[in-house]
Design a protein around this ligand. Structure first.
Ligand SMILES: [Zn+2]
Length: 345
């Protein structure tokens, strides 16, 4: 087992200088063993953290989630059933095409790169101190774990970088579009700032023809879009407007939630361009909502079984941005407010 705690060496221990708070971003290297779990990793949670984003980067064909997770109070939150987790992960992701991890923590199993953001519902607290976790997977092998723990500083601005991946699709950023995106996120007290609109021509990714359930794979066309702009020194979330998506698909998020890490092949959301402004705004907000925090109010698996979101105040069939509508509940607003992608004005 290799375990590398970047930044820990900067913390002074001598008596004559005050102890510095632990770093807000940590990278750990470990590996999933033959039993489908990594050894336990410990990490320090700084005081006053907005949230903990756990990003697990592994092999492109491996399914990943958390096999154990506890915060400073040492209360185990996952409580996996006994036995190797790989078969249950494959049953939910591949068989049921849902990808919900067994156990007490609401987790979306993910191919290649997994993301969890805690808290995701009201009442969950980030308890500082020593956190502990294990990675679960159906594939033994090395993984990199990133922990992003921004300060709970009231940040409430979401920057959006709009990319038009086409020579011909119209600029989505009309006044009507901008006003509607702002109105939708204002329900969560989030101010949307559109940082800019950039047209990317000649990319061979203008028409996305592949699509997979429950989410896109690392080798999909959609997951190649972030690579087009990975080296840009910008903040905020990237939105890619393409000429076409497979029939019936208006947009897709590359994570539910997605990794708040520029450079990841899952960093961004994809939207079919050329739609009327209000519809374009609603799809953009829906997909960005997924990426920051939100599940559909209700998903249905291949078996017919239904899977509700983890929130207490959403109702299937009621108007909601995470169904076909536009409303956000207080629980959804709380989940969005924890995103590491939010910045100060
Ligand atoms: Zn959706």
């Amino acid at each position: 087992m290799r375990l590398l705690l970047l930044g820990v060496f900067l913390i002074g221990c001598s008596d004559d200088e005050p102890a510095r708070p632990p770093p807000r971003e940590v990278v750990l290297e470990t590996e999933v063993l033959a039993d489908g779990l990594s050894p336990e990793l410990a990490f320090e949670i700084p005081a006053s953290s907005r949230s903990i984003s756990v990003i697990v980067e592994g092999m492109a064909d491996g399914l990943y989630a958390l096999g154990a997770f506890s915060l400073g109070d040492r209360v185990e939150l996952v409580n996996l059933p006994a036995g190797a987790p790989g078969a249950a992960m494959e049953a939910s992701y591949v068989g049921e095409q849902i990808g919900q991890m067994p156990g007490g923590l609401f987790q979306s199993i993910r191919l290649g790169t997994f993301t969890h953001v805690y808290p995701y519902k009201p009442g969950q607290l980030v308890v500082d101190g020593t956190g502990r976790m294990r990675v679960a997977s159906n594939r033994p092998g090395p993984v990199t774990v990133r922990l992003v723990m921004p300060e709970d500083d009231g940040a409430s601005t979401l920057g959006l970088n709009l990319y038009i991946v086409s020579d011909t699709v119209a600029d989505p950023n009309t006044p009507e579009f901008a006003a509607e995106v702002a109105r939708l996120f204002a329900q969560a007290d989030i101010d949307v700032v559109i940082n800019g609109v950039t047209r990317l021509t000649g990319t061979a990714l203008a028409r996305i023809t592949d699509f997979s359930e429950p989410q896109e794979a690392p080798t999909s066309q959609s997951a190649m879009l972030p690579g087009l702009v990975a080296d840009r020194a910008t903040t905020g979330l990237d939105i890619f407007y393409v000429e076409s998506l497979p029939p019936g698909v208006g947009g897709l998020a590359l994570g539910t939630p997605g990794p708040p890490v520029r450079g990841s092949y899952y960093f961004g959301v994809v939207v079919r361009g050329g739609l009327p402004s209000l519809e374009l705004a609603r799809i953009t907000a829906h997909e960005a909502g997924h990426f920051l925090a939100l599940q559909h109010v209700l998903n249905r698996g291949v078996s017919g079984r239904t899977y509700p979101d983890p929130l207490d105040d959403t109702t299937p069939g009621a108007d909601n941005l995470m169904e076909g509508g536009t409303t956000l509940t207080a629980g959804q607003a709380f989940a969005l407010s924890r995103s590491a992608l939010l910045t100060a004005p």
